[in-house]
Each structure stands twice: as structure tokens, then as C-alpha cells.
Design a protein around this ligand. Sequence first.
Ligand code: NAI
Length: 488
Amino acid sequence: MTFDYKVKDLSLAEAGRHQIRLAEHEMPGLMALRAEFGESKPLAGARIAGSLHMTVQTAVLIETLTALGAEVRWASCNIFSTQDEAAAAVVVGNGTPEDPQGVPVFAWKGETLEEYWWTAEQILTWPGADTNPELGPNMILDDGGDATLLVHKGVEFEAAGAVPAAAAEDPEEYRIILDLLRASLAANPNKWTGIAGRLLGVTEETTTGVHRLYQLAEQGKLLFPAINVNDSVTKSKFDNKYGIRHSLPDGLNRATDVLMGGKVAVVCGYGDVGKGAAEALRGQGARVVVTEIDPICALQAAMDGYQVTTLDKVVGEGHIFITTTGNKDVIMASDMVKMRDKAIVGNIGHFDNEIDMAGLAQVEGVKKIEIKPQVHEWVFDAGTEMERSIIVLSEGRLLNLGNATGHPSFVMSNSFANQTIAQIELFTKAGTGEYAKQVYVLPKILDEKVARLHLAALGVELTELTKEQAEYLDVDVAGPFKPDHYRY
Ligand code: NAI
């Protein structure tokens, strides 16, 4: 079998396969879904365009989707997050590097932005689909919403009959998207409308991507149904928090190996990700300071024992700065020039606009030194008495995936079990009228199911409600146990 793919090096496949095998052991949720649905294959006929960090854990997700009958094409949702050995193993599948038999993957660590958007186009461009649109994708699995954005922008410009010129203030990345769509419109003026017309739905992994989906739905512009996987409790209250608690220190250690104990660590944002980040840094003995804009989260941080103040007040004091907000312009160049010598600056939110990298590059006389890939020293006032520098991780992109390997398998098993269930839900219920062009969360009973699948591996023994207790609480003995408004 020959198929198209682009990864770094297929000879890494064996190393990737060993890691995938160990990850499977730590991903009981996904393995249970393979056991439950491997025979009935509810995803037979699903053609999934996947855009999510191409890690070892994602490899287990991809192979779960194919075990359930899906065909898949995959790209990473970040230029630095691919683990090349995992990508190679997924392409090779049951074959050999000379005769790969797995899944088409388009991902390697260290893509340029042009290459990144090319890979996004590849997962939506299926062989034969230009002459037979039935062969194109019918599902998207997204993380951050870039695949969804490409389809929506493509449809918008096809309807307008032209792709607009970039405005002067548009970021470089938007120019790249416009150029790509201009070329695709010239080659096939109906490409994106054709793709969108066949898409049965998208399942979205993260806070930032979910935010984009709700915006589209509110404007009446969402082109297909969406499931918000992020807000399954077993996703955001686990991956975003406990995943970060593990992978933030992992990224800091691999990048810098700096001792966190005794240092002042500033965490911007105290949502789910910020809570995990602050706990991890405190666990290492750092004195953690939190910044927040939301009075509820600020109060939570204070009650959890953290100093809460503004960035301005601690900018000269912090040794480590981590942004976790999903917002833009959180740490600006004007902040970075005030930091102490060798302060470490990193972002763990989805996009790189939390830290003003463009402004940093424009600071007068600034010098950038590569310490190693994804670790850069930015020197201010070089050669003068005032010389000092800061260390920026992963060029402002999410450092837990750029400098380390992202969240560990066990927590991702929860997230990806939700993804798999959400794909089954949208694909098998397409055409029933159950899902409109809106954003949905999975029913609580399925959220509880995902948690249940992970209990045995940790030796958790669950107390069972008696019939009388269940009646007293007005719930079913088998769940769901909480009303939808319960916050955990
Ligand atoms: P969230 O909405 O729960 O938390 C973000 C917090 O930042 C909110 O409490 C908000 O009030 C606060 N905030 C917003 N602007 C701020 C500002 N200027 N200064 C200080 N605080 C500010 O979102 P969540 O789930 O914590 O996700 C945060 C980001 O992390 C998102 O971009 C999400 O997609 C991403 N993410 C990254 C992961 C990773 O592996 N690196 C994993 C999960 C999520």
C-alpha cells in the first residue's frame, strides 16, 4: 500500500512503537473503548481529519479511532509539539519503514508556519476527493480550532469569490492562511464549500478552540455540529489541571534544569491550567504569585494561599513567569525588559500571543542566542554595564509540548476517551436531527463513564448508593450523580 505522508524519519518508528506500547498500558480508557467497540466498529465510514499534538499519547488515540473503523489523516496543532518517533510509528503501523501500512501523518517537530498550514490543508485534502467529493473528510477532531478555522475561512472566501489582501496590522500567520486559501481557490473554487458540506461535525479538545466555536455559533456561522470535549469534567478538570501539574515542571526542567525551590514564580491566570501550574511550582518549593482579571479566580488563588497581585508589581521580582490565560498580550516586551537577569519566561496557553514575541524582537539592540532548540536567551543592552538577559521557552509557544512531551498518558486517556466518545456520538447520530449547528457537551453519564474506566488502574473502590439513598438524593443508582450545574 502506498499513501502520502510527511514525517521526519520513518526509521524512528521502532522507538516510537515501544513508547506507544507502554503508553497503552497507561491509557485504560482508550483500551477499554477498543475492547467495547472494536468489533462493532461504530466509526466505520468515518473519515477523520485530526489536528492535535502528534505525541505518543495521540498515537494511541489515532490507533483507537482506526480500531473502531475510522480512516484518519493527522497533523499536529503546534509547530513544536510533534514527537517524531510517534509520528513515524503511526505512519509505519503494522508495516515496515520500507513498506508503511499505517495512517497518513503530516507532522514533524520544528515546522515553519508555512509548513504548519500546509499540513493543516493536507489532513483536509483526501486522495481522490477532488474528483469524487465522497472520498473527502466527514469529521474533524481539532485542538485549538485551526482545522475548523481553515474550513470556515475557505467557505467564507469562496462565497465572496476572492480572498482579501492582508491588512497591514494582520499577523504574519494570517497572511500565510490567506496565501494558502488564495492558491486553493485558484485551483478549485468550490474546494472548501465541498468539504464543509460533507462534514458531520467537529470535536474540539481545548479551551481556546472551544471559545472560537462558541463565537462562530453565536454569530450563526458554525457550519456543522460541534462537541466541546474540553468541558467534559473528565477533560478540563483533569488534563488542564493535573496534566499541567506534571508537564509544566517537566518542560522547565528539560529546558533549563533550574532549581525551582526558593524562586519567585509568577503564574498569569488561575483557571484550570493556572491552578495546575501554581500547584506544581509550589510543590517544588517556589514562592508562587498569581495574577488574575476575574475576581472569583483571584479569590480562589488567595484562599489557596497564593499572593495575588498585578504583573507590574512583581515583574522585577519573579525568577519564572508562566502565562496560562488563553488571552493575548499578557506579558509585553515592556515587561520583559524590566525582569531580573536570567528570568525564565514561558507560555503554556494554546497560542503564542500571550507573550509579546514580536515586541521583544524589536527592543533596541536586543540579541537572541540559541541555547538549544526551543530555548533562547534574549540579551538586553549587550556589552554595556546594564547587560542582562531573559530566557524564553519555545519561542512563546506552549512550553510543556515544545520543551517536553506534553501531558502523561494516564491523564490523556481521560481526554481522549472523551474525544473518541464524542466522535462516535456525532458520527453515528448524524442525520437524526439530534445535533444542530451548535456546540454541545457530552452527557454527564458519559463523563462519569470516562472516569469509571480509570478507577481500577488506580485501585479506587467506589461506594455504591443503596436504592433508598438514591431515592433520597433523587438520582439513579447507576448515575448520573450530579445535576448539570454542579461545578466539581
Ligand atoms: P480558563 O479560562 O479556565 O483559565 C484562564 C484564566 O486566565 C481565567 O481564569 C482568566 O480569568 C484568566 N485571565 C485572562 N486574561 C488574563 C490576564 N490578562 N491576566 C491574568 N489572568 C487572565 O482556561 P484554561 O482551561 O485554564 O486554559 C488556559 C489556556 O491553556 C487555553 O489557551 C487552553 O487552550 C490552554 N491549554 C493548554 C494545555 C497545554 O497542554 N499546554 C492544556 C489545556 C489547556
